[in-house]
Design a binder for this molecule. Structure first.
Ligand code: AMP
Length: 274
């Protein structure tokens, strides 16, 4: 596995692999089975797979402690090696950002609801860095998790609007056996917190059961979910279509049910696609 720390070395290496398809998995590290499933998909579909690990400062707001974000460089390197990643790109912040640089602004409505409502400007930073990374790697396919549904939607849109030459692949959410969606942030949770966090997937499963029974009213489903989460601090329980428009009636194959809660100062998000 090649490990590159600069955009220059990465670009040079990739230039020499011109004729091959490149699969790209951008991450912020502290890798887990969710990331691994993206890597596996990329390995299956491409000649070479490149993983980036970059804890992107511009997607953290003032007051959000980027320094506390889990940092496990040695374990991450081992995981990538075992997964037979071809290139691990771990750029330094100074190699990615410039002083007084051109800014990218995420669309004002879709990026300022849900995650963007509580974290205004978060998606500007996400798109800024994803745009840069896509321009450095120039992948054939880029892999994003459905777990971060709003991010996936906004990246897909940016790719279309900026006429970027890459296909965005949406990957299923990987969960613990108990249903908890895998997340780097789960390392913050104590045993007690984890028990509380199990309510999230339980609540989403309850929603699935109601829909299977024929309950399509979004308000009713949201109430059922909120009831299940009653002991947690809820940021939002919302139901949108795949273009992130709020909807009143669930439309099968065009609905995402999203939840965000706070457990002991850790923000956890999860969703189901119906
Ligand atoms: P992160 O390192 O949290 O920025 O995540 C990097 C990529 O992995 C993003 O596209 C996430 O959506 C995806 N991801 C994170 N957790 C999961 C999961 N549990 N299942 C599938 N993909 C995930």
């Amino acid at each position: 596995m090649k490990i590159f720390k600069t955009t220059k070395t990465t670009k040079e290496y990739l230039k020499n692999n011109k004729n091959e398809t490149i699969g790209f998995v951008p991450t912020m590290g502290a890798l887990h089975d969710g990331h691994l499933s993206l890597i596996k998909q990329s390995k299956e579909q491409n000649d070479i797979t490149i993983v980036s690990i970059f804890v992107n400062p511009t997607q953290f707001l003032d007051g959000e402690d980027i320094d506390k974000y889990p940092h496990k460089p040695q374990a991450d390197e081992k995981i990538c090696e075992i997964a037979k990643v071809d290139v691990l790109f771990v750029p330094n912040e100074k190699k990615i950002y410039f002083d007084q640089e051109t800014k990218l602004f995420a669309p004002s409505i879709k990026a300022y609801i849900l995650e963007g409502y509580d974290r205004p400007g978060h998606f500007d930073g996400v798109l800024q860095v994803v745009n840069k990374l896509l321009n450095i790697v120039k992948p054939t396919f880029v892999y994003f998790g459905k777990k971060d549904a709003q991010q996936l939607y906004l990246v897909k849109n940016m790719v279309e609007e900026f006429f970027l030459d890459v296909s965005v692949v949406a990957c299923e959410t990987i969960r613990e056996a108990n249903g908890l969606a895998k997340s780097s942030r789960n390392t913050y949770l104590s045993k007690e917190d984890t028990l509380k966090a199990l309510q999230i997937s339980k609540a989403l499963n309850i929603a699935i059961k109601y829909v299977q029974k024929g309950e399509y009213d979004a308000a009713t489903i949201k109430t059922k979910i909120s009831k299940q989460l009653k002991n947690l601090y809820i940021y939002y329980v919302e139901i949108v279509d795949k273009n992130f428009n709020y909807i009143d009636k669930i439309e099968i194959n065009n609905t995402i049910v999203l939840v965000a809660v706070n457990i002991n100062n850790t923000r956890l998000i999860d969703n189901i696609w119906l």
